[in-house]
Structure formats: C-alpha cells, structure tokens
Design a protein around this ligand. Structure first.
Ligand SMILES: *[C@@H]1O[C@H](CO)[C@@H](O)[C@H](O)[C@H]1NC(C)=O
Ligand SMILES: *[C@@H]1O[C@H](CO)[C@@H](O)[C@H](O)[C@H]1NC(C)=O
Length: 547
C-alpha cells in the first residue's frame, strides 16, 4: 500500500487541515510503522565490553521501532547472568560445549596484573589471538549441532545481520540463515583486515593501528612497524576454515564475503579520532554508547554530594575494572598518595578495591578511597575538576562528551592509542605507567590539569563539538541500518581499487614510467648539451673574428 492510498483510507477526502494532519502522521507515526525491519544482532558472549557495545546497537534499533533479535550464545558463563540489552525483547541464548566454556575461561582467567609493569609482546599476543580463533571455530561447531534452533531463526527471515567483524562464526551462520545483507562491525577503532576486504585505504603512514602506541606523527621506524604489523600477524596466525552447515559443506571464503557487506560500523568518532580517508561503506558510529542527556541528568547521592563539597576542587582517580588499583606496585601507590598530600585544597576520590590503604596512605586527609564509584554521575557534576583515568574507550568517551580535563595513564591494549588520541585535543595530559612512581611528574601533570585554564577550555570545546556533531552517531547507525535493510547489498559502494594489484594501486608502474621518462629526458639533454659544448669554442672564436 502506498502512503497516499493509506491516507485516503484514513482521512477520506482531504481538507487543508487534513493535509497538515497527514504530514504530522507521516512524520510521527507512519514512518516507524512502515519501515520496521527485522534485524539479527549476533554476539557470542565472550567479553563484557564487546557485548555491551552490541547490545547498545540492538537497543538503538529497537528504540527506533524495529524488530530486533539478540542472539548471544554463551562462552564465558559468569557474564550470562548480566542483562546487556535493555529494550530489546527477543534474546536467544545457547549453551556452550565444555570445550567452548574452557576457552572462554582461559581468556577470562588471564592475569592482567602484569600490565602494571610490563607491555604486551608479540609472543604473548599471538597465542591470545590463536585462542580467539579456536574459540570461534568451536562456537561454529556448537551452532552446527543446533540446527533446530537455526531453522527457527531462519523462519524469521531477517533483513540484516549485525555482528563483530572478527567473529568468523558469523559467516556460516549467515549462510545457513540465508541472510543476504549484513553489517560487520568493530568495537574498536577499526579492523585493518576488514578495511582491506572492503577496499578502504589503511594509510599506515599517518593512521596508527588500533592497538598501537603511536600517534599520527610517526618516526620512520614507527611507520615501518605500523605498516608491517598486520601482514606479520596474518602470516603467523593460522586462518581456520569455516564450512557451510548444509551439505555438501562447502568452504566459505570469508574475505570475499566481507567485501559484500552493505556497510561496516566502526567504533570511532571522527571528531575525536585521527582524521583519515574512508569510503562511504565505513560508517563511524563511535559515541553511540554515550547518552549525554542521560549522563548529564544523573545526580550523585547525598554521600557523594557531601564528598564533593569537602574542598574547593575534586579529582576522580580510577583505573577501570580490568586492571585494579589494588594490584598496582606499592611504590606507585606511595608516589600517588604522597603527591596528593601536596594538594590540600583538593579531594581525591580514588577507586581502590581493597582495605590495605594504610600501607601507603595512612593519615592522609584528602584522599577518599572507595571500592565503587558512580563514575558517570561524578564526571557529570560541575564540582568535579578533573579525571585521572586509564584511558579505556568508555572513559575516554565519557570525559570527551562531558568536557572534563584528564590525566590519562594508559595501561594496555587500545588504551595507549586512546590516550594519545585524546591528548591531541589539548584538554588532557598523558603520563605513562612507568612514570607512576615519579612524584615530580605526577605533581606537575596534576598542577597543570587543575590550574591551567587552557585544558578546561579545550576539553569543553571538544564536548561542544561532540554535542553539536552535524549527524549524531545514533542517527548514522539507524539511517544506514535501515538503508541496508531496504536496498540489501550495495555494489555501487564497492570500490574497484580492491581488485587492483599492489603495483597498480600504489601507481608503482606509473611512477616507474615517469622515472624512466625523466631519466631519458635528462640523458637526452645531457647529450645535446655535450654536443653543444663541443661546438661552443668555435662559436666563440667566430664571435671574436667578427669583432
Ligand atoms: C518480530 O520478531 C519476532 C521474533 O523474531 C516475531 O515472532 C514477530 O512476529 C516479529 N514481529 C513483527 C511485527 O515482524
Ligand atoms: C592543540 O594545540 C596546538 C598547539 O597550540 C595547536 O596547534 C592545535 O591545533 C591544537 N589542537 C586542537 C585539536 O585544538
């Protein structure tokens, strides 16, 4: 039924008033109803932050009136009691195999405390990534054993499936559910392999890798590393095979499937991240998890209200929930505490998970230790002056949107990059984890962040940019998810460049031709000059004769 037919049936003959009514109805009522699509968000439960992010995508679609199914097979059991989606009603769980649960636990039980004093090395990251691969293969095996459930899912005829790009299990699932349109997404800034598949330039000369410590200004050695790291990882990582769940169980070629994605969603925000060339297919929805209005409307309870009123300024110190303050080396705790004494006019709220604080902070009046802190409500409070943070992506987004100056001390994973990305906006200062025992350095950073107004101005400026982004991340997500549901695959967004050879793409053949032409011209010029030079003395002699 077309819009017009529908309204004539509803309104009968049209008057001016009815025409206005019609417009109103179109705007407020008709669109959400007609264009309600059927989405499947596939998110195996292996990591808290990953699931939080995909649950947010699901809820955003649900809140816009779409029919969303959140399919979240369990891998790490301790997360399965957590309610990730809020408004999405159809949630499907699936029991893990023993093997799958074991992989999940190996990952979960990994000891992160060493990152207080060490960096992660290649020899450590490779086994971790291998484990991921094995886990997703096993997840695919478990799905293959539950075809009854998948048959039910196929009946629902989903328009679009959204999933995390490196969860390769999604591809046999897409194949079995016969879903043609899909949107691989990343919960990090970007996935270098996915970019290659869809034909987006990765630009290693100025865009640091998602887990790198570099900024957009790299030395030559850093550029070498930034360029060769992804191929090296790909070389060492075994690429597992995925086969269709349906006989004859054909092999699935994942990179060529990836190139058929309608869009990709990446968790990066162009107003915070480094500027880079992208293609239309890449929709940057970084910031969807931040609901600024909700954050700003939060109020701290009486207890925290009193703490915020204690002194002129207040600083929140938190290293997140993966790396705990209590596991920090004692000399770092001592250095932090004795620096805090030097700021008697400042209350420090320190998220600290144990009762042993007397060993380094006995008798210090202006530190308030707490095992839990209402982080976002505190950040939203105007009495909070600054945030001392580990630079997790969630915290980075919150300080950016709420416009607070920060001292960032990244510990591991993507935090190194997040920290540098934020510092670039001039509202924050980075100190490395190796400087956490350096009182002078800590004091210096705190003094600047608290008393140099330029940091506050810059961070408020960034918050203003984010609040007034021309198109909000939520809107980007919705409009593109709907466009994909309506039009399916979008070959017009598929750049031919991805079929080109290395030599063609980087114009090496063209550069060679230009170089040879230049050489040839130079050679010819040289020869001509030489010839002239041989004749020149005679010319000069002739000239003399004339005189
Ligand atoms: C929404 O999805 C559920 C489960 O997938 C299905 O039972 C229901 O009929 C769908 N509703 C609409 C309006 O499509
Ligand atoms: C940060 O400060 C530098 C130096 O003053 C300036 O060149 C740069 O444009 C500033 N960056 C932003 C994002 O404001």
């Amino acid at each position: 039924m077309t819009i017009d037919k529908f309204f004539i049936r509803v309104t009968g003959t049209q008057s001016f008033h009815q025409k206005n009514m019609r417009l109103l109805l179109i705007l407020f009522f008709y669109f959400p109803v007609t264009f309600s699509y059927n989405y499947l968000v596939f998110c195996p439960l292996f990591g808290h932050s990953h699931t939080t992010y995909f649950a947010k995508i699901a809820d955003t679609l649900t809140d816009a009136g779409h029919n969303v199914t959140f399919f979240t097979p369990t891998i790490v059991r301790k997360f399965s009691s957590h309610q990730y989606v809020k408004s999405t009603k159809h949630v499907i769980h699936l029991e893990p195999s023993q093997q799958l649960e074991q992989y999940g636990n190996t990952f979960e039980d990994h000891d992160f405390t060493k990152f207080w004093t060490d960096d992660s090395s290649l020899s450590e990251m490779l086994p971790m990534l291998e484990l991921f691969n094995k886990m997703f293969v096993e997840q695919a095996r478990v799905l293959g054993e539950n075809l009854g459930l998948l048959d039910e899912l196929r009946e629902r005829k989903f328009d679009v499936m959204v999933f995390e790009s490196f969860v390769d299990t999604a591809y046999p699932l897409l194949d079995y559910l016969e879903i043609k349109t899909f949107i691989p997404s990343t919960s990090i800034a970007y996935d270098p392999n996915l970019l290659v598949s869809i034909g987006e330039p990765r630009m290693p000369s100025a865009v640091p890798l998602p887990m790198s410590k570099f900024t957009d200004r790299m030395s030559m050695i850093q550029r070498v590393i930034n360029t060769i790291a992804p191929p090296i990882f790909n070389f060492f990582l075994s690429k597992p095979e995925y086969r269709s769940f349906r006989p004859p169980h054909n092999l699935i070629d994942i990179p060529s499937k990836e190139s058929l994605s309608s869009f990709i969603f990446t968790n990066s925000n162009p107003y915070i991240d480094y500027p880079r060339p992208t293609i239309e297919k890449n929709v940057q929805i970084g910031g969807i998890s931040v609901d600024v209005e909700k954050l700003r409307s939060q109020k701290v309870n009486e207890e925290w209200d009193a703490i915020l009123n204690l002194r002129e300024k207040t600083v929140l110190v938190s290293f997140g929930s993966v790396m705990l303050s209590k596991d920090m080396p004692l000399e770092n705790k001592k250095a932090l505490a004795s620096t805090m004494i030097k700021f008697p006019e400042v209350t420090f709220i320190w998220k600290y998970e144990s009762n042993d604080t007397d060993s380094f902070a006995e008798g210090i009046q202006n530190i308030h230790f707490s095992k839990w802190v209402p982080q976002t409500a505190l950040l939203a409070d105007s009495r909070l002056s600054a945030f001392f943070t580990h630079a997790g992506l969630g915290s980075i987004n919150e300080v950016s949107y709420l416009g607070k100056p920060a001292v960032v001390c990244p510990l591991f994973a993507d935090q190194m990059r997040n920290a540098k990305m934020l510092v670039r906006h001039n509202g924050s200062i980075e100190i490395t984890k190796y400087e956490l025992d350096d009182e002078t350095k800590i004091e210096d950073s705190l003094r600047k962040i608290l008393y140099d107004e330029s940091y506050r101005t810059a961070s408020e400026n960034l918050a203003q940019h984010l609040a007034n982004q021309p198109v909000k991340p939520k809107e980007l997500l919705l409009r593109h998810a709907e466009f994909a549901a309506r039009f399916g695959r979008l070959p017009s967004l598929d750049p031919y460049s991805r079929h080109m050879s290395f030599i063609e793409y980087f114009l090496i053949d063209v550069a060679t031709i230009i170089l040879f032409t230049c050489l040839l011209i130079s050679y010819l010029m040289f020869q001509i000059t030489k010839q002239l030079a041989i004749r020149l003395p005679f010319v000069a002699d002739d000239a003399k004769k004339c005189n």
